[in-house]
Design a protein around this ligand. Structure first.
Ligand code: ZN
Length: 335
């Protein structure tokens, strides 16, 4: 028998109405001996229906999720809800407060901490609490990411290619309802420890996004998040009405895309990155897409990087200064 979690929750997930509270993990430190770290959590519940769990700020330097979900907490009237909406707008709250990808408390990436550890560090304790007490209640989980300070993406919504094809079909229908500019079947570089895998392993629908990046938001990227959140709630019957399509708002319809085997380009050199193609631009296999200049050898020719497949540039490194092993670019293809 597993011992109870050391994390406490001051809202009742089974109670009707709107509650805004937090999870608290014990966090003893030099400036607060009996202190705790708080992770905001809201529940908006009414009547009967599915439970949708929204998370933002899984990485603390990605902002569409935190802003759109804060607005959702403030604006969603429980009387309009049939079911439950659980919201953690700042999933890795200490990281959000620090404007950093990883938690400043333990240096842990929340999205590699799942399923978590009861006796682990603060981030792992929270992941364990969510795995044991929140994910089992959810029918659908939507985790809103962006590129953060180190990457930039053409805004896309995504699901994974799942072995369980019936589950994948339900996830694909949810993604279509989310109605992002690009709906991608995403291949992860490193999927172990992600909340994604934990949710999908439990046989539940999981939808994620990468919306812009660079450590900020734009009106357009925030709109993708807000449009998708409301559409998802309608798709699952938590809110009344049908999902609104992009076309009816004068926007180009959602494009389905997939990732080829050679989708990722990883930097093998350090220096100054010059991108030769922009986000959303078409590329051909072998085409020069970037150059890296070594900062200590201005007399030497830059190293050239080429696309290893045909497609469209969907993501790139954001900072100009790049190191060996860094993500450089990502290419996707029309489905
Ligand atoms: Zn992220």
């Amino acid at each position: 028998m597993t011992k109870p979690s050391k994390v406490s929750c001051n809202v009742d997930l089974a109670k009707a109405g709107k509650q805004v509270g937090f999870l608290a993990a014990p966090h003893s430190r030099n400036d607060s001996g009996w202190g705790s770290a708080r992770f905001p959590l809201a529940v908006i519940r009414n009547g009967s229906g599915p439970t949708v769990f929204f998370t933002g700020g899984n990485h603390g330097d990605e902002y569409e999720g935190p802003i759109a979900l804060t607005r959702l907490i403030q604006n969603l009237d429980p009387a309009r809800v049939q079911g439950s909406v659980i919201v953690m707008p700042y999933l890795n709250a200490p990281a959000v407060a620090a404007g950093a990808r990883l938690s400043p408390i333990d240096g842990v990436n929340m999205n590699r901490a799942f399923p978590g550890e009861r006796d682990g560090t603060v981030t792992r304790m929270i992941a364990d609490y969510l795995t044991r007490h929140v994910l089992p209640r959810a029918d659908v989980v939507c985790d809103i990411h962006s590129g953060g300070k180190t990457m930039y993406f053409s805004p896309f919504g995504a699901i994974h290619d799942l072995d369980d094809k019936a589950l994948m079909k339900r996830a694909q229908e949810a993604l279509v309802a989310f109605d992002p500019p690009i709906a991608l079947i995403l291949r992860e570089l490193d999927a172990e420890g992600m909340i994604d895998s934990e949710v999908e392993g439990k046989g539940k629908v999981f939808v994620t996004t990468e919306l812009g990046g660079g450590g900020t938001t734009t009106r357009a990227t925030l709109d993708v998040a807000e449009h998708g959140i409301m559409n998802l709630l309608k798709h699952f019957g938590v809110l009344e009405g049908k999902p609104v399509r992009r076309a009816s708002r004068g926007l180009a319809p959602s494009r389905m895309m997939t990732m080829p085997d050679a989708a990722y380009v990883i930097a093998d050199h350090g220096g100054l990155l010059e991108m030769l193609v922009d986000i959303d631009q078409a590329v051909r296999e072998g085409q020069e897409i970037a150059r890296i200049y070594q900062v200590d050898r201005p007399g030497e020719a830059p190293v050239v990087y080429r696309a290893s497949c045909d497609g469209v540039l969907l993501g790139r490194a954001h900072p100009c200064l790049i190191k060996p092993g860094d993500f450089l670019a990502m290419v996707a293809q029309q489905a």
